[in-house]
Structure formats: C-alpha cells, structure tokens
Design a protein around this ligand. Structure first.
Ligand SMILES: [Zn+2]
Length: 201
C-alpha cells in the first residue's frame, strides 16, 4: 500500500526521457559523462567523482537530495565505490549538513549516501563531523562559498577516513571537513562525491 502510494506521488520515471525506469534508463545512462579532472581540495589525499554535475546526473542528485530516493542512492553509491582508489579507509563518514537543513528535509542526504557506500565497502559508517549553522553552500555566490562552512568533529577521528558527499562545487566543504578530521587525529583523508561541477575558470 505504502509502496503504491509512493509510486503515485513519485512515479519512477527516468529523469532523462520520462520513460518508466529506476533510477535512470540504459539509454540515458550512456549519456552520463565523467567530470573534468580536478585536483583534490586542500587536506584531501585523493578525490574521486564518477559524474559531471549536469543534465541527467544533476536531476538524479536532486532526487537523492530532496526525496532521499533509495534506488538513486544505491545506484550512485555503486558508481562511487567502483572508482575508489586503494587503500580502503577504515571508516566512512559524510560531509555534514546543518541541523536546520536536516530537519527541513527529514533526513541527512549525505549520510544516506554514505550508508550505501559503507555497506558496499564493508566499512563502518560514523557521524564524525558537525556543521555549525550558516547558509547552505548551494545558492551562495562563489566568493561566499570560498570562505567555506564551519565544520568541527564531535569525537576523535580514526586514522584513515573516507568523506562522502553528493556534489562538490568549489570543494570548500571537503577541505573544511578534512581540516577538522586532521585536527582530530586523521592522517589519511580521501573523498568521493557522486558528481562534480567543472572547476571555476
Ligand atoms: Zn531515459
């Protein structure tokens, strides 16, 4: 009953062509492109991102972010894990969102995605990072984004950590996450994001 209701409210249609498919049809999946190369943000040892943040990928990320779409998260996590460079970190965490944002949506989208990643890697997921209130990075002007969010750790960090997020634009959230983790004891910090925007020109 609930599943049927959800299917009516959120029909499982491919975001590229509108045909029934979950989360994206095979034809539209072949149009997805990798992002252009980018150096890791400061403090991140390695950074992998399977998709360019554009077109169908953008819509898939939005479905995961605003609806918490399970099938999209599972699908994105599989792509993300496939390209993760060795060695595997001991713990998976997620880039933090503010408490207000989490309450507004009813879930923490990056933590959901990190959960799928952690299960695939057979690594524990821990909420290591906290973000203090402030404007969300999406929608801020580039100069405001560059200053970055205020992020801190809520406990001592494991030595090797994987930080998961859905989208990276300037990479300031990842850089702030890495700085907080290193200050709390991390020595190796890697990041995977589902999608990445083109580096600012
Ligand atoms: Zn399609």
């Amino acid at each position: 009953m609930l599943t049927q209701l959800v299917a009516v409210v959120f029909p499982l249609l491919c975001p590229g062509c509108g045909r029934p498919a979950e989360p994206v049809c095979a034809a539209c999946a072949t149009d997805l492109r990798p992002p252009s190369p980018a150096s890791p943000p400061p403090g991140i040892d390695a950074w992998w991102s399977p998709l360019a943040y554009e077109g169908v990928a953008r819509e898939l990320v939005a479905r995961a972010k605003y609806r918490g779409a399970h099938a999209v998260n599972a699908w994105l996590a599989e792509l993300m894990v496939a390209g993760l460079p060795p060695p595997l970190p001991s713990v998976v965490t997620s880039a933090p969102t503010t408490r207000d944002r989490r309450q507004e949506r009813g879930f923490d989208h990056a933590a959901l995605l990190a959960g799928h990643v952690a299960r695939r890697l057979h690594r524990p997921q821990r909420r290591l990072l906290v973000r203090d209130p402030g404007a969300p990075q999406t929608g801020l002007a580039a100069h405001a984004r560059k200053q970055g969010p205020v992020i801190r750790t809520c406990e001592r960090s494991p030595t090797t950590v994987l930080v998961v997020d859905d989208v990276a634009t300037t990479g300031t959230t990842l850089a702030a996450s890495a700085a907080a983790l290193r200050a709390a004891g991390a020595e190796h910090v890697v990041a995977i994001t589902a999608a990445r925007t083109a580096p600012p020109s």
